[in-house]
Ligand binder design. Structure first.
Ligand SMILES: NC(=O)c1ccc[n+]([C@@H]2O[C@H](COP(=O)([O-])OP(=O)(O)OC[C@H]3O[C@@H](n4cnc5c(N)ncnc54)[C@H](OP(=O)(O)O)[C@@H]3O)[C@@H](O)[C@H]2O)c1
Length: 288
């Protein structure tokens, strides 16, 4: 039985679909009725309703499990505490394998959400769990947020330089790699930087989008204060806004580079999805 903590986001949903395709026995800890219903629709027979901030809920979800995947939520100030609670429950249950979904360049201390992930990696080393860690680069699927504006205005606006170089990964490839790690002990007990082959600026991404969409798209830099106002309107916490802003400043100066696809290729047994292949699929699925 594989327990997925953090099942309904950008990492969890494709992972669950991949595991179900492979007939794995999956349990999900889900915090909302809507997400739980969606997970059941996807085919997850065992959905435990509960809160990862509640120790009893986490222990209840862990009962009888021997393989755990923790996918931490985005931009939460208590990300490390949530992770420790899940790890402690896994130790208590005596699980045989624990997979942690971290991030590429987790060692960035000035990026709170990276640093909390690194600290959880350290916490895991100090258990005797058989631990695997994946450190994925930037998700190609992030474009979902800006996509309506891209179609409406022809502008792909991000709050950092459109010339910064970013390594990107398809979350479908990430899911396929994580599923292999969860299901095949030969891949367990290691930390993996998972990166696609493409190192692209948003200007270059916009050129690829233009080609596949058949319409000119231009990457532009969104003013960070404009993004911050947008986030405040959507009730982002101060921590989340500050952390995201720090990430944008880092990307503005350094990008998210370089990344090497050698590990992802080895785990998948095939070349990773290219940005153009992803965009071709994405455009087909998201234009009427
Ligand atoms: N975006 C990128 O480019 C990128 C790149 C590298 C790494 N990452 C990292 O990838 C991680 C995962 O991203 P994501 O978008 O999949 O995360 P997410 O959707 O924010 O969080 C994961 C899931 O946690 C569950 N959850 C939320 N609150 C909960 C609660 N109180 N109790 C129990 N479960 C709760 C939700 O599923 P339910 O609704 O079912 O409860 C949610 O879908 C993040 O830590 C992010 O930093 C992102």
């Amino acid at each position: 039985m594989i327990l997925i903590v953090g099942p309904s986001g950008a990492v969890g949903l494709p992972l669950i679909q991949e595991l179900l395709r492979k007939n794995a026995e999956v349990r999900a800890l889900s915090s909302s009725d809507v997400s739980a219903a969606h997970l059941r629709d996807l085919g997850v027979a065992d959905v435990v309703r509960g809160d990862f901030r509640n120790t009893n809920d986490v222990k209840r979800a862990m009962s009888g499990v021997d393989n755990v995947c923790l996918i931490p939520p985005r931009f939460q100030e208590d990300e490390l505490d949530i992770g420790k609670r899940v790890v402690d429950a896994a130790v208590g249950e005596g699980v045989s394998h624990f997979l942690f979904s971290s991030a590429y360049h987790a060692q960035m201390e000035d990026l709170g959400h990276h640093w909390q992930k690194l600290r959880l990696e350290e916490y895991l080393i100090n258990t005797d769990l058989r631990v695997s860690v994946v450190q994925p680069s930037m998700f190609m699927q992030n474009i979902r947020v800006e996509w309506p504006k891209v179609l409406e205005t022809g502008l792909y606006a991000r709050p950092y330089s459109p010339d910064s170089l970013m390594n990107v990964i398809d979350t479908g490839d990430l899911a396929a790699a994580m599923a292999r790690i969860l299901l095949e002990p030969a891949f367990q007990g290691a930390s993996y930087e998972l990166c696609g082959a493409d190192l692209l600026s948003h200007t270059q991404m916009a050129e690829i989008i233009s080609g596949e969409l058949g319409r000119k798209v231009t990457a532009v830099q969104r003013d960070l204060s404009d993004w911050q106002a947008w986030a405040r309107d959507r009730n982002w916490t101060v921590y989340a806004i500050d952390t995201y802003s720090a990430m944008c400043r880092h990307y503005d100066t350094h990008g998210y580079k370089y990344g090497n696809d050698i590990i992802l290729k080895a785990i998948l047994g095939r070349p990773p999805t290219t940005y153009r292949e992803f965009i071709r699929r994405f455009v087909a699925a998201n234009t009427s």
